[in-house]
Design a protein around this ligand. Sequence first.
Ligand code: ACO
Length: 320
Amino acid sequence: MRSVIAGCGGYLPARCLSNAALAAEYGLDTSDDWIVERTGIRQRHIAAPGETASSMGTAAARQALERAGIAAEAVDAVIVATSTPDSAFPATAVRIQQQLGITRGFGFDLAAACTGFVYALGMADSLMRTGQARCVLVIGTEIFSRILDWSDRGTCVLFGDGAGAVVLTAEQDSDRGILSTHLHSDGRHGDILLVEGGPGSTGGSGLLRMAGKEVFRHAVSKLAGVVDEALAANGMGHADLRWLVPHQANLRIIEAMGKKLGLPRERVVVTVDRHANTSAASIPLALAEAAGRGLIERGDTVVLEAIGGGLTWGAALLRF
Ligand code: ACO
C-alpha cells in the first residue's frame, strides 16, 4: 500500500507587503537590500483581521480536494500542522473538518514548528499503512503575523502567513506515493527558536524569539544528513532525485542544500522570495505552486525537508 498525493492546494492572504512597505509600516530600521541579501525574501502575505489558521487551511484544503477530484465526504482524517492554532482546543483540524462539512472520521493538530508538515505526512502515511484511513487531508497553516514582535527587525521581516494542503489516497501496488519519512527532534536546542509562553505557561510574551545565527549553524548539516538518511533507506543516491521541495526559510540555506544534492537551480522549488517563511505551510504551498504550474510531474522523485523550533527536523521521500 502506498499513500499517493492525489492533489495539492494553497492559500495566501490577499494583502501582500514588500520589504519597503513593511519597514515603513512598522518603522523598522532595515532595508530591502539587507533583507534580500541575507534571506532572499522580497515580500510576504499578511492575514486580514478576520482570517485564522482554520479559515486559511480550509481554503487550501478545498483547492487540494478540487484538484484531486475528491469530495470532502471521502476524507477519513484531517491532520493539521500548526504553531498558530485558532485556539488551544477544539483542534484547528476539527474546525477545518466542520468548515468542509465533514462529520465522520477524525482530525487532530500536531506541533513541530516549521517541520510540522513533514511530521504530519509521516503520521498520515502511518495511518494509511495500518489501514486506519484511506484518504487523509494533510494541512500546514500558519498565521505567524500574530506571534511576531513587530519591533524586532531580526525576526519580523522573515515570516509570512498562508496555508498549504495535500490530499493523500491509499493505492495498492502503486509505484507512486510516499516512500519513507524520517523525523528527528532534539530539545537541547529548544531555546534558540521558540515562542515565549502559551496557553499552559506561567508567563511569557507569546512572541517568537530566534537566535538566527545559531539556527543557521544547525540547518544545512542536519538537513543534508536527514535527506541522505531518506535516500539510503530507499537504496537511492543524489542522482536519483528529480526535485527538492525544501522548507522556505532562507534562500542561502535552500541554495546550499541544492548544491549539496547536486541539483541544478531549476530543480529546486523556491517560493521564499514571494511568501517569506510560512513555517509549516511553506512546503505544501511550494508543492501546490510547482504542481499547479506543471513543473513537478507524475512519477518524479521528490524530497521534502525542513528544520524548525524544537529543534525538529525531517525529510520525506516520495514519487509524485
Ligand atoms: N535589517 C537590518 N539589520 C538587521 C536586521 C534587519 N532586518 N536584522 C538584524 N540586523 C542586524 C543585527 O542587529 C546585527 O547588527 P549588529 O551587528 O549591529 O548587532 C546584524 O544585522 C547581524 O545580525 P545577525 O542576526 O547576526 O545576522 P545574520 O547574518 O545571522 O542574518 C538571519 C540573520 C537572516 C536571520 C540569519 O541568521 C538566518 O537566516 N538564520 C536562519 C533562520 C532560519 O533558517 N530559520 C528557519 C528555521 S526556523 C523557522 O522556520 C521557524
